[in-house]
Design a protein around this ligand. Structure first.
Ligand SMILES: C[S@@+](CC[C@H](N)C(=O)[O-])C[C@H]1O[C@@H](n2cnc3c(N)ncnc32)[C@H](O)[C@@H]1O
Length: 213
């Protein structure tokens, strides 16, 4: 099955599970823990990850390593960059940006399990000093200090994000997206790698009004 169809059908399945309440287990667990903290807990400390406020907009499907490399190459990621991966999964894009290109990187994911996994992976890769993972909704996150943004979401999520990318990112910020385009915003480059498509844009000085909505 093509990756975009796999991502979409998995997302629909997860939405149904969340809707029927199956996705509430973690929330209930968190509420129980909050009411009854362990004896050695400090009231001032905050948990590394928290219960998700809502379900993900797209399920976790990892980008293959060759595609990760191509995304970083296309965006010309360097040690001076701050890379954001909006929906960072197991952290492979931020980790590769730090490990292979010396960049600083921030991964945002709404799923606490992914954040735990990504932190473990960053530690194993020895890049925890340059990579941070935040459990947040990417639509609520301030990513305005990014110099590079990586995406592997869905076409409608890219479209929803587009006005913010164009109005909040500095001109010259590079954006790469695995598999999905940005509607009317034409990419500067499109590259095929191992049957996957990678799109590349640069935020312009004065984005046309039709792209900012
Ligand atoms: C297709 S995966 C991509 C993972 C990673 N970027 C990669 O390319 O390997 C999409 C990720 O986005 C996360 N996600 C979905 N909706 C989100 C939201 N509203 N805010 C933050 N993360 C979200 C999912 O939990 C999942 O890990």
């Amino acid at each position: 099955m093509p990756p975009q169809l796999m991502l979409r059908s998995l997302s629909i399945g997860i939405s149904i599970l969340s809707f029927t309440g199956i996705g509430c287990t973690q929330l209930r667990d968190f509420e129980t823990q909050s009411q009854d903290p362990p004896a050695n807990s400090q009231t001032t400390s905050s948990p590394a990850t928290e219960a998700p406020t809502r379900g993900p907009d797209v399920v976790y499907v990892p980008t293959p390593p060759a595609v990760v490399n191509e995304m970083l190459r296309l965006a010309d990621v360097k040690s001076t960059d701050l890379v954001y991966d909006l929906g960072s999964g197991d952290g492979r894009i931020p980790i590769a940006a730090a490990r292979d290109r010396g960049a600083r990187a921030i991964g945002i994911d709404i799923d606490p399990e992914r954040i735990r996994e990504a932190n473990e992976n960053a530690q194993k890769a020895g890049v925890s000093d340059r990579v941070t993972f935040r459990q947040q909704d990417l639509f609520e996150t301030d990513f305005s200090n990014a110099t590079v943004v990586a995406l592997y979401l869905l076409p409608e999520l890219n479209a929803k994000l587009r006005p913010r990318l164009l109005s909040e990112l500095k001109p010259g910020t590079r954006i790469v997206s695995h598999e999905f385009d940005m509607g009317d915003w034409q990419p500067e480059q499109v590259v095929e790698v191992d049957g996957r498509t990678v799109y590349y844009w640069v935020v312009p000085e004065n984005p046309p009004a039709n792209l900012r909505q």
